[in-house]
Design a protein around this ligand. Structure first.
Ligand code: SAM
Length: 289
């Protein structure tokens, strides 16, 4: 079978001056660095990098010799005018992050928005992304999904988001660091129940890649016995449709208190309210303690 006619090989025409190129880089496996990305990066005059030393090591391997400019969460606003000036002067400019696609839990979106606002073309050279790699290899529904990235650490914001994630009927993708993985699994277990589907993807594209599931309970057991190491992306199955009615913690506590004052035990009240609302018994029980 020949190539589809809408496939092109535009290698010779790139890069164009005044265009912002957003370039995907490997998330662990150098073989995933695409020929187009390598070619473009070896031809642009400037590469904005989240960490110039980190990307510098990758570029050294591939003889990419552009001028590197740091572009990270602490200097975004100072850097944008400088990079826009370079584009306006007709320089060839690419943006990379430490790994994967810029703008996905990484710096990028503000620069893209600012470039578009002043009329510069933006072109993405696609590449690996941990979220998409984890999703499509999870076996969980992928026709509609949500991406949450890293959850907030402030207790109030975190609790509110976890509550909403537990009621979400679409598959949800979450990034987490190894030292907080077990805590997150426990939080999810309280809100979603141990039986909720999950695939915890570890070290995607790397030598020790693995996927742990198929339920929150199983993943908790595994990582209780095997200390989490490496990089993790969680793919959480959606809440059963129509089963959970979102209710605030305050209302749930009120309902629990009503049941308890009618004479039933906390455990029994949690069971009863759980089957009425869809919230896990453990979660309702924990609210009372
Ligand atoms: N921009 C990146 C992307 O496109 O995937 C994500 C950057 S975010 C700062 C880094 C997080 O992505 C890690 O903490 C981890 O949660 C997830 N991640 C990155 N590489 C991974 C890998 N090889 N396996 C599993 N998760 C990974």
């Amino acid at each position: 079978m020949g190539l589809k006619t809408d496939y092109i090989s535009e290698k010779q025409l790139e890069p164009n001056p005044g265009v912002l190129y957003i370039v995907g880089t490997p998330i662990g496996n150098l073989e995933d660095f695409s020929p187009r990305a390598k070619n473009l990066l070896s031809k642009v005059s400037i590469i904005a990098c989240e960490d110039t030393r980190h990307s510098g090591q990758l570029f050294k391997k591939f003889e990419i010799k552009a001028t590197l400019i740091s572009f990270h969460k602490h200097n975004i606003h100072a850097r944008i005018p400088k990079l826009l000036k370079k584009l306006a002067e007709g320089e060839t400019l690419a943006l990379v992050s430490d790994a994967g696609l810029p703008s996905v839990s990484d710096p990028g979106e503000e620069l893209v928005a600012a470039s578009r606002k002043v009329g510069h073309k933006v072109v993405c050279i696609p590449g690996p992304c941990a979220a998409m790699t984890a999703l499509v290899s999870s076996g969980l529904p992928s026709q509609r999904f949500c991406f949450e990235g890293f959850l907030p650490s402030k207790p109030k914001d975190r609790k509110a988001l976890l509550n909403s994630i537990s009621n979400e009927t679409r598959t949800t993708i979450i990034y987490e660091s190894p030292h907080r993985l077990l805590k997150l699994l426990k939080e999810l277990s309280l809100l979603c129940g141990e039986d909720r589907s999950i695939q915890v993807a570890r070290e995607l594209t790397k030598k020790y890649e693995e996927q742990i599931g198929p339920t929150i309970g199983e993943a908790m057991k595994y990582f209780g016995e095997n200390k989490p190491k490496g990089e993790f992306t969680l793919v959480l199955g959606g809440a059963p449709k129509g089963k959970i009615t979102p209710i605030s913690d305050e209302q749930l506590i009120e309902e629990m208190q009503k049941l308890i004052s009618s004479g039933v035990s906390t455990n029994h009240a949690a069971k009863k309210l759980g089957s009425k609302t869809g919230y896990s018994r453990n979660y309702l029980y924990s609210l009372m303690h």
